[in-house]
Design a binder for this molecule. Structure first.
Ligand code: AMP
Ligand code: ZN
Length: 146
């Protein structure tokens, strides 16, 4: 597996899980991807899917490895859906401290959801004032590089 550096490996609990130096309830693994249960589940069956190579976040993982992760995430979600039978599910990735990221090894959360589970994002919605919606979209559009 590829470490950004030795420091990240020593300080990364997910790298240690990949190396079997730390315990985890592993659901699935292949050459590029591993999935295991989150130790602090929002709901029981909450799983994580991560690349075996250490990348800090969604912007730094190469797209071919992201493809692998997405495919496995769909398979694991399907297995959670048929075994645990939630009413719905969230697939989320937190990026940066401001977004709630606490482990800096890229991962998707698969969170099974139930009608009465009392877990909800409750945003206070903002307004675009004075044509600023177009200003925002212009700023973003100019940076899109495909
Ligand atoms: P995030 O806060 O989005 O970076 O998510 C990190 C997730 O990793 C949290 O939901 C933690 O509960 C979970 N986590 C941290 N350490 C472990 C571990 N040793 N085994 C399983 N899950 C873990
Ligand atoms: Zn790592």
């Amino acid at each position: 597996m590829l470490f950004n550096n030795y420091f990240s490996y020593m300080n990364c609990i997910f790298c240690q899980i990949i190396e079997k130096k730390a315990k985890a309830e592993i659901l699935y693994e292949n050459e590029h991807v591993i999935s295991f249960l989150d130790i602090r589940p929002v709901n029981l069956g909450h799983a994580l899917v991560i690349p075996k190579n250490h990348y800090t976040n969604f912007l730094t993982i190469p797209v071919n490895e992201l493809d692998e992760i997405i495919k496995v995430t769909q398979k694991i979600t399907s297995a959670i859906f048929s075994s645990i039978k939630p009413d719905g599910f969230n697939i989320i990735t937190n990026n940066g401290v401001a977004a709630g990221q606490s482990v800096f090894h890229f991962h998707f959360h698969i969170i099974p959801r139930f009608d009465e589970d009392n877990f909800a994002f409750r945003p206070i919605f903002k307004n675009y004032e004075n044509n600023s919606m177009k200003d925002f979209s212009d700023k973003i559009r100019i940076e899109i590089k495909l």
